[in-house]
Design a protein around this ligand. Structure first.
Ligand code: PGA
Ligand code: ZN
Length: 429
């Protein structure tokens, strides 16, 4: 089959926040087509690939005409004739064509959509599901999911300071069971909010709106909801994405809800107190992205008990992962393809983390679409963990449901990663 790229087409579609985003369709000489879509973050690391927007007043400045022009002109011209099976070569072409560290010329939204479209076309040309195309004969596991129950921070008008309050069904025996356990907790949390007179719809990723009097009350309510759902002894545990870059500046952490300000040390005492009082097994971005000392300090105090994930801090960058590992800051990395800007760089970040024994969590963004490629990356790369938001809204459910389909396809050979997917150092016997 002729897998040379014949054409590359960018089109404007719309994401889960009703904002425009970039979709790329790649057609191969054989007629096979692949598609890639750029997601969009709201709490972004300052070093991630640039999400190129038009600015101005139309569509609130979120227009993607410039990114589409990147796809339809330079990217299309450069990729035409390339072999879609050579993902590394295609991505190298994109990286060189852009020529900047953060894909600021073409736009990371243009490059990731193009890169994913080529990957999808290659899988289809082989007649394989994307996860199988990526895995080859290697072992795969259904990922341990992180599912948001309450959404805060930038995803809920900063109603509370912490961004994500999530659960991890550690003791499920299958992905299917993990989803059923999640459904029970999500429902229990909704009922509890209702009883408290505080159920007010959902935030950007489908988690319940965080109408709480304090950040800790949110954690307490999540722990109580897990209990309400009948889960005991940590079989369903809590994960936090603090996303502290959103409220930490120059070593000062300001909780708007409590009207309290802390230095790094004082702030870490607060987070550590939460870890002691609640069944928390994973904490993402506990301090701001530039607070490397804080990251190291937190990993030193808590890294043997909880997974410490770098998101804004590591921005899916292999070199940053290596540096952070050498400094013992974090023990896990969030893997977001659009932070890197190409599939190859995303995979390199994941491999860098795996080499040092870290946990790896493939993650969607708060602005998403019906696209489910992320699930295939998590399974095909055997990442062990997956984070795609809450248990409501179809841009989220599409991904959980896709993982169920993969589990079904694997049949008796399917294995659920479970608690073993947490970073190696966490809770080692
Ligand atoms: P974002 O945040 O997609 O809104 O940037 C998600 C996260 O911080 O994990
Ligand atoms: Zn995050």
């Amino acid at each position: 089959m002729n897998t040379a790229i014949r054409s590359v087409l960018g089109r404007r579609i719309w994401d889960s926040r009703g904002r425009p985003t970039v979709e790329v369709e790649v057609e191969l000489a054989s007629g096979v087509r692949g598609r890639g879509i750029a997601p969009a973050g709201a709490s972004r690391g300052s070093n991630e690939a640039i999400d190129l927007r038009d600015g101005g007043t139309t569509l609130g400045g979120w227009g993607v005409d410039r990114a589409l022009a990147s796809v339809n002109e330079p990217i299309a011209a450069a990729l035409r004739g390339h072999d879609a099976m050579d993902q590394a070569g295609v991505d190298r072409e994109l990286i060189e064509l852009d020529g900047t560290k953060t894909k600021s010329r073409l736009g990371g939204n243009a490059t990731i959509a193009a890169s994913l479209a080529v990957l999808d076309a290659a899988a289809k040309a082989c007649g394989l599901p994307l996860w199988r195309h990526l895995a080859g004969e290697a072992e795969v596991r259904l990922p341990l999911p992180q599912i948001q129950i309450f959404g805060g921070g930038a995803h809920a008008g900063r109603r509370i300071d912490i961004q994500d309050l999530l659960i991890m069904p550690l003791d499920a025996t299958s992905f299917d069971q993990a989803m059923a356990m999640t459904a029970e907790v999500y429902r229990a949390a909704g009922e509890r909010m209702h009883r408290m007179g505080r159920r007010m719809g959902v935030a950007d990723e489908g988690g319940w709106w965080p109408a709480f009097a304090s950040n800790e009350e949110a954690i307490e309510t999540l722990a109580a909801s897990i209990d309400d759902a009948g889960f005991r002894n940590g079989e369903v545990a809590i994960a936090l994405d603090v996303a502290a870059s959103e409220f930490g500046r120059e070593g000062r952490y300001t909780l708007a809800l409590e009207k309290r300000e802390y230095d790094t040390e004082g702030w870490l005492k607060i987070v550590e107190g939460w870890i002691r009082r609640y069944p928390i097994v994973s904490v993402e971005d506990p301090v701001a992205e530039h607070d490397v000392e804080g990251m190291r300090a937190f990993t030193a105090i808590a890294g043997d008990r909880v997974q410490v994930i770098g998101d804004d801090y590591l921005v899916t960058d292999a070199e940053r992962v290596r540096v952070a590992a050498a400094e013992a800051a974090c023990n896990a990395v969030l893997i977001k393809p659009n932070q890197a800007g190409t599939v190859t760089e995303t995979h390199e970040a994941l491999q860098a983390a795996r080499r040092v024994g870290w946990g790896t969590i493939v993650s969607a963004r708060s602005g998403e679409t019906e696209d489910v490629a992320i699930v295939h990356l998590a399974v095909g790369w055997n990442a062990g963990q997956l984070k795609v938001g809450s248990f409501a809204r179809s841009e989220r459910m599409a991904k959980w449901n896709e993982a169920l389909r993969v589990e079904g396809e694997l049949g008796p050979a399917a294995r659920y990663a479970g608690r073993r997917a947490l970073a190696r150092t966490v809770g080692d016997e």
